[in-house]
Design a protein around this ligand. Sequence first.
Ligand code: FES
Ligand SMILES: [Fe+2]
Length: 404
Amino acid sequence: MSSSPTAIRQAHDAAPAVVPRTLPAWTYRHPELVDLEYEQLFRPSWQFACHISQVKNPRDFVTLDLLRDSVIVVRGDDGVLRAMMNVCRHRASRMLDGSGTCKARMTCRYHGWTYNLQGDLIVRPAEQTFSGAPKKELGLRPVDLEVLCGMVFVRLVPGGPSLKEMWKDYVHMLEPYRLEEMVPLEEPSVETWNCNWKVGVDNNLENYHVPIGHPGYDRLLESDIKGFINQHGVAGSRSVLRSTPSRVWSERMYQKMAPDLNRDLPEDVRSSWLFFTMPPNIGIDIYGDSFDLFQFMPLTAETCTVRYPIFVRPNASREMKILRYLNVRVNRQVSAEDKFLCEGLQGGLNSVGYEFGPLSSWEHCIHDFHDRVRAGCPVATLASAPEGGTLRQHNQAMLRAQVP
Ligand code: FES
Ligand SMILES: [Fe+2]
């Protein structure tokens, strides 16, 4: 780093009079809170479904499985991309699995109810036996869908800000990378991390840990330690490849090759890596040669899944493939380091030796995220966990008390 950590600290340290605190430790290990968070934070949020290249042609579809719900994203024969709940309106069978190309109609595997690709129920066996349940009221429930720079997102509960609004401060930073031209490198990896999902998100929201936790990144990049955030909680940082060659060959090769190979990108973005987090659970990392995405989903109170798709430019030259290989090598190592660090934290969060901690001004994005958790789940402001079986009641009472 050309500026030492001390110099950066002096430039950014404006400690507030009252030091903000993390969420209390119990919120990272309480089974009843997971359900509440899913309802209050996940269902009303934008969730990554796929890249636009995966649903390019009519009848292309993907399914996205969340904790309690599944969503279909499908392109109709009319060319329109739609999202709908992946649950039959008869007795709740799942309609589609995986991804691929479907027929012009989706037929339920259980009793044969058949829907068109707009989600309308068009045929059901023994129609005359369903008097009083009109077909037109029993289509697959529609889901919000929006595309951001080639990334397709869905939202189960409507009403919040659009993606366009949430990202309006940053779209100009994303656009030069032409993410919409990229394609999946491979099937996304899905890992289980032995930590609460918020541990993973907290980790993604600060670069304070980079110099110690990621020696490779620290050799390769000059990190923007403090980063930035907007009113919608979309946080980011821009890191620049260091001009001092790394002592590790793969990092040194990447430093050398990236600015030369990304010549079709504007000069100022060729050597920049962008790291974003969108609440509650999406991380997006953007490089000249590729981009990847983290999607943390709760599994239990103390485990989560991390979906990690990588997207790359199609028809890459041999050199570009080498660059990409180097990138994946560096970032797989960083991801393994993050998993190790996060799982270590979970151990401490279970200990009687820890209740909560202070946040540095370099961790201001975590503070914002925790405020969002507290807004949706005010029970998370309690210093200790409510008695078993009462968490939802407490939360409802606290939400009611907030209504003027
Ligand atoms: S559950 Fe789908 S047709 Fe019965
Ligand atoms: Fe990290």
